[in-house]
Design a protein around this ligand. Structure first.
Ligand code: ATP
Length: 248
């Protein structure tokens, strides 16, 4: 569904990504982990077409993608329903009734309370705002979703509920996706496979399938798998490094 070949990028003359090769198959959710600052978000933005890379090729075989960012990025002057409906901006021929139905369906998928649809972002909690962002991404019926550290600002319980929405939605719609996170437990919980970025953005160091399927993994398995990756697999040796990366 997505193929990144030899992607390279630089900001202000400083190379942040080099020779990145990654493929994501149909129905596969790949988590991309790596130390802070190694270039994960930049790669996701390149893959989604938000940034043009300096080098490399991107083959997108999916029909339509959605993006969920760390911050919900809602329009403050619009209600939750209007923010969600913004995801339909490309479908100009849709009638009002059909549009309302799509908003309701997407809101239900993101487990949003119908009573909250008339509220403005400032009237919603952080978790509800992120649900609105999820519904806005889902309303366009994407077959591929980019998640750019979508839940890192949320508390632990809320994070789990959001991860469950991702797991259920990916399974129900056979979606493919790239899930950027610096939380290895989150990666183990939601993904089919975990790719590890080189600590300085020079390629993908490797990837590992996660045993079992998302949704069938209990807390103990998630903990033990993440623990084993971190402590027994050299591929994961640097994922928790805090690396602000000196100028090369
Ligand atoms: N617009 C920009 N202009 C200049 N430098 C940038 C820009 N965006 C990112 N960078 C730099 O590129 C490098 C990679 O940043 P990026 O946000 O992709 O890393 P990351 O792995 O997602 O980090 P984190 O996990 O902390 O979010 C960092 O050194 C960052 O400072």
């Amino acid at each position: 569904m997505l193929q990144l070949n030899g992607i390279g990028h630089a900001f202000l003359g400083r190379t942040v990504l080099d020779e990145i090769n990654l493929e994501i198959a149909a129905g596969e959710l790949v988590a991309l982990v790596g130390p802070s600052g190694c270039g994960k978000s930049t790669l996701a933005h390149i893959a989604a077409g938000l940034i043009d890379p300096r080098r490399g090729r991107i083959n997108r075989r999916y029909f339509r993608h959605g993006i969920i960012f760390q911050e919900p990025r809602l329009m403050p002057w619009a209600t939750a329903a209007e923010n969600i409906a913004f995801g339909l901006v490309a479908e100009r021929r849709l009638g009002c009734a059909a549009c309302c139905q799509r908003v309701e369906d997407a809101a239900a998928q993101a487990a949003l309370n119908p009573a909250d649809l008339a509220k403005f972002p400032a009237q919603l909690s952080g978790g509800m705002r992120q649900r609105v962002a999820i519904a806005r991404a889902l309303i366009a019926k994407p077959d591929f979703i980019f998640f750019d550290e979508p839940f890192s600002a949320l508390d632990v319980a809320l994070k789990r509920r959001m991860q469950d929405i991702v797991i259920e939605t990916v399974a129900a719609r056979s979606l493919s996706g790239l899930f950027i996170t610096h939380d290895l437990s989150e990666a183990v919980r939601v993904a089919h496979r975990i790719a590890v970025m080189d600590r300085s953005g020079r390629g993908i160091a490797g990837s590992r399938p996660v045993p079992s399927s998302p949704g069938l993994r209990d807390d103990r398995m998630v903990f033990e798998t993440a623990h084993a990756f971190l402590n027994e697999d050299p591929l994961f040796a640097h994922v928790n490094d805090y690396d602000e990366r000196s100028i090369a």
